[in-house]
Ligand binder design. Structure first.
Ligand code: FES
Ligand code: FES
Length: 210
């Protein structure tokens, strides 16, 4: 049955419509939030990123994650959920781990930011990077930069005596028990399920027996 008259759209029309729809969604994240006719408020932000001062002009609604990835082109830090749920975007700010998708770039003016690119080099890996490789602590690798930054933050928290929800006595010096490790790394999701290998890597760096 020829139904061309009841559905009068050509293949070319369809391709043009598809291309327009893709173009309309391919906009920078902060700009995507702007309402029509509302001019973005811009701010100059200087961060010490991996030991180097970096100044960018960003929409004040730009997250630290987008400032790193879209403005500084440091794409090692990954965007998973963009809602603080997965930990893929974890970086170290002034030595403490944060999810960079929940922090505005302007809130970090002057801060020391360490991303996965600043931890080590292929020839001189950070011990946590080397341990992840040794213990096969990844499969696709998408969560790995966040896992490594978070793991470094966890060991530092334990060293500084910061209690977690798993602590029976919050006044006691925390130890790297299985419960502590699970609790402290619970914000870093690995869809590939490399958890046991990740745990082995962290325990080894902490000086324990994996
Ligand atoms: Fe930031 Fe998922 S992208 S927590
Ligand atoms: Fe694939 Fe963790 S290694 S999500």
């Amino acid at each position: 049955m020829d139904d061309s008259n009841s559905f009068p759209i050509s293949r070319r029309d369809l391709l043009v419509a598809g291309a327009s729809s893709i173009a309309s969604t391919a906009v920078p994240p902060a700009a995507a939030q702007a309402s029509a006719g509302e001019a973005p408020v811009l701010a100059r932000v200087t961060l010490q990123v991996n030991g180097t001062p970096r100044t960018v002009e960003v929409d004040t609604r730009t997250t630290l994650l987008d400032a790193l990835r879209e403005h500084m082109h440091l794409t090692g830090t990954k965007k998973g959920c963009d809602q603080g749920q997965c930990g893929a975007c974890t970086v170290l700010v002034n030595g403490r781990r944060i999810v960079s998708c929940l922090s505005l770039a302007v809130m970090n003016q002057g801060a020391q930011v360490t991303t996965i690119e600043g931890l080590g080099t292929p020839k001189a890996l950070h011990p946590m990077q080397a341990a992840f490789i040794k213990h096969d602590g990844y499969q696709c690798g998408y969560c790995t930069p966040g896992q490594i930054c978070s793991a470094i933050g966890v060991l530092d928290e334990i060293k500084r005596g910061v209690p977690s929800h798993a602590a029976a006595d919050i006044t006691a010096q925390p130890q790297l028990t299985g419960a502590e490790l699970r609790e402290r790394m619970s914000g870093n999701i690995c869809r590939c399920g490399a958890y046991s290998n990740i745990a082995e890597a962290i325990v080894e760096v902490a000086g324990g027996k994996a």
